[in-house]
Design a protein around this ligand. Structure first.
Ligand code: PLP
Length: 461
């Protein structure tokens, strides 16, 4: 009892601790109130330790604890990580990383004022929608273009404008859930249009659509199935046949492409991903797609199509609620310029990852293994598959070389190892398959290689 009492009396006061130079450094970095709070927390912890039989810690220890607490607490909640999963476009991990040019554009536009809605030539109010219009027209061949906050918003806005209170005909095979609970039928309901399902899950023919048309029909909707494949006995109607049918009846066709790939995916060893150019050439009135999937830009919804439909969409009151932000617009313009200059595959991170040379991936893994081996951590290579992800190219993979760490080679369970990697200052996200921890270099930027090696060495200790 008396020992405990003596130890408690030895504890310094908050003011005593704040006199130390180490405390002063913390105050400069984190502010006085936050340091006082952290110091109080260390003292409270020390009292608990003493009451359970421990000794009074030295002041240095108390301050070190306060510092650890502050560093932890002041870490950004939303922060960068290293994606070693090999899934190139992963919604959970922030989808597409931006190009250097896109980042610079964001910084320049966001750190000061801009002509976001200002006509420089006239010195008058302008529209934020003019900045990427011409670029999108040039790249897709569209008559008109407008952008929103994301593709879900683009769909909601387009359907609300073009089909509210009327019927929208869609194939049963395209009533998909995209992820995060985004379901096509729900969005249609929110847009105030009535869903008319036609055909069957695996087969929908042109006469299924024709038979469903009535005087209440506003448009025919096609949706890219994105994250799944229906294989085997299947049949879908070509878009050109749908647009012909619709236009004969004075109706519209809207195509939700999901990813919206501006490049020819077949040139990268992938199957064909439909492009907005093709949908427009097939006669679609409105085509919408995401900015942060295969486009490789910021979160945005791109709407391209016929001048008349896009003009109506632009005037809808919901447009204001789903409008794009200036930082996004800056990043989007810079991203689209890479396509205009024909440098998308060398400047846009996701396209660099997609087109990474297999020999290069293998040689990086060999370097990783050598470096780990030098420190006594034994790993091996394993052939694997990277995936494009992001609701594009379902089932499509790219051959890669993985770093494989076998459970038998490390002293801690693999789940613990993966957790330690996730809980680092810069988390490293890996995957476990059977008894092996796997890292795919395709989605790891080369400048992150050193950090990955350090993380593996530290986490395996
Ligand atoms: C991803 C996707 C959406 C939603 O796009 P966001 O940009 O995430 O809002 C809509 N439709 C399809 C087919 C998709 O793949």
């Amino acid at each position: 009892m008396t020992i405990e009492h003596n130890q408690l009396r030895l504890l310094p006061s908050v003011d005593d601790l704040l006199q130390f130079p180490a405390a002063h450094t913390l105050i400069v970095r984190f502010s006085r109130p936050l340091v006082v709070r952290a110091v109080r927390a260390s003292l409270a912890q020390a009292r608990v330790t003493i009451r359970t039989g421990g000794l009074c810690p030295p002041a240095e220890t108390l301050l070190a604890e306060a510092q650890a607490h502050l560093s932890q607490e002041q870490q950004a909640q939303l922060r960068p990580l290293i994606n070693a999963t090999g899934v190139i476009i992963n919604t959970n991990l922030g989808r597409a990383p931006l190009s250097q040019a896109a980042l610079q554009a964001v910084q320049q536009v966001a750190s000061g004022y801009s002509n976001l809605e200002y006509e420089l030539a006239e010195g008058e109010r302008g529209s934020r929608h003019t900045h990427v219009r011409a670029l999108l027209q040039e790249l897709t061949g569209a008559e008109a273009a407008i952008v929103t906050n994301n593709n879900a918003a683009a769909i909601l806005l387009s359907l609300s404008t073009l089909a509210q209170g009327r019927e929208v005909v869609i194939s049963r095979g395209q009533l998909v859930e995209i992820g995060g609970g985004f379901r096509v039928p729900d969005v249609m309901l929110q847009s105030g249009c009535q869903l008319i399902e036609v055909g069957t899950t695996n087969r929908t023919r042109i006469h299924d659509y024709a038979a469903a048309l009535s005087e209440r029909t506003a448009l025919l909707l096609t949706v890219h199935p994105s994250n799944f494949l229906i294989t085997g006995f299947t049949e879908s109607t070509p878009l050109s046949a749908l647009t012909q049918l619709a236009h004969e009846r004075g109706l519209l066709v809207m195509d939700d492409l999901g990813s919206g790939c501006l490049l020819n995916s077949e040139q990268y060893g992938l199957s064909h991903e439909p492009t907005p150019q093709e949908s427009l050439a097939a006669g679609a009135d409105v085509v919408c797609f995401s900015g942060d999937k295969l486009l490789g830009g910021p979160q945005a919804g791109l709407i391209v199509g016929k001048a008349e439909s896009v003009a109506r969409i632009a005037k809808h009151p919901l447009m204001r609620a789903v409008r794009i932000d200036k930082m996004t617009l800056a990043a989007l313009e810079a991203t689209l310029r890479h396509y205009q200059r024909g440098e998308a595959n060398t400047h846009i991170p996701i396209w660099r990852m997609i087109s990474a040379r297999p020999e290069r991936l293998a040689s990086r893994i060999h370097t990783w293994i050598t470096r780990l081996q030098e420190q006594g951590l034994v790993a091996r290579t394993q052939r694997g598959e990277s995936t494009v992800g992001g609701g594009s190219l379902p089932g499509e993979t790219l051959p890669t070389t993985l770093l494989a760490l076998d459970a038998a080679r490390i002293s801690i369970p693999l789940t613990e190892m993966a957790k330690r990697l996730r809980l680092r200052h810069t988390p490293v996200i890996t995957r476990i398959s059977r008894d092996t921890l796997l890292l795919d270099p395709r989605t790891v930027f080369e400048e992150q290689d050193e950090e990955v090696i350090r993380a593996l060495l530290e986490a395996s200790q």
